[in-house]
Design a protein. Structure first.
Length: 271
């Protein structure tokens, strides 16, 4: 079973599981789209409220890949509801949870919530694996794309990122789901560590845009920890697809869509 199966990571994971011949049950709080004919089960359940999390949901489930997120404190309660319902159903599924590198170091509210959700997984009584990764390429791109209407683009001075391809994260989760519970798996990081300013300029170049890039050195404990590299895992730079690879692929995709009349033309990757 995959929670968050319609999200960025969930879609990639579901596709790879199906390609590997694994039976998949996708959990979503929304009904299945009428045009969706892919060969998986679709279960409607809401981790925010607990609606639909009955015993039948977990029937036959040997592994749960928990990719759903509320992007906030709701992750803790959602994870608690999921694990509680799985235990109450009487099974013993292997719970694989996706998390973020540096959540025990970087004092960000969302990171604190992810760390608390990890604790819920660990204390659930289910066999478990937690995989922490660095930021996805698309998230790093959005930091620039979100400012596309401004005359200048702001970036974080002294801060670096280690972006990773979402498909490579999905590949790792497939491996973990097929294996034995591993507890905290080794971190997974992208192949390159690059400054925020460098990544911003690369995103602009790929989109054919010229903007003044303004590095800001912000105060506070959060920024200090980011400048110290708390969000990085240089010893686990296992990814292969670079940020430039991602930008090139994204630009090519947008060009194809523009020629086919399916899009507005070439825009910044992640737009």
């Amino acid at each position: 079973m995959v929670t968050g199966g319609t999200g960025t990571l969930g879609r990639a994971l579901v596709g790879r599981l199906l390609a590997a011949g694994r039976p998949v049950r996708l959990l979503s709080r929304h009904p299945r789209p009428a045009a969706d004919r892919r060969p998986y089960e679709w279960a409607v359940g809401d981790l925010r409220t607990g609606a639909g999390l009955d015993d039948a949901l977990f029937a036959g489930v040997g592994t749960i890949a928990h990719c759903a997120t509320t992007n906030g404190r709701g992750d803790v309660e959602a994870t608690r509801r999921l694990t509680g319902a799985a235990v109450a159903a009487g099974g013993d599924p292997h719970l694989v949870y996706i998390s973020i590198v540096g959540i025990d170091r970087v004092p960000l509210g969302y990171y604190r919530a992810k760390l608390a959700a990890e604790a819920v997984v660990e204390e659930s009584g289910l066999p478990w694996t937690v995989q922490r990764t660095t930021q996805f390429h698309s998230l790093v791109a959005r930091l620039t794309v979100a400012q596309k209407r401004l005359p200048a683009v702001l970036t974080l001075s002294g801060v670096s990122f280690q972006p990773i391809d979402v498909g490579e994260v999905a590949d790792r989760l497939v491996e973990l789901a097929a294996g034995q519970p591993a507890g905290h798996a080794p971190d997974l990081g992208g192949p390159q560590i690059r400054s925020a300013a460098d990544l911003t300029r690369a995103t602009l170049r790929a989109a054919g845009r010229r903007r003044l890039v303004v590095p800001l050195r912000l105060p506070g404990a959060l920024m200090a920890e980011l400048r110290a590299g708390g969000n990085l895992t240089p010893g686990r730079a296992d990814g292969r697809i670079t940020y430039d690879d991602y930008l090139a692929a994204r630009t090519a995709h947008l060009k194809r869509d523009a020629r086919a009349g399916r899009g507005p033309g070439i825009t910044a990757p992640g737009a």
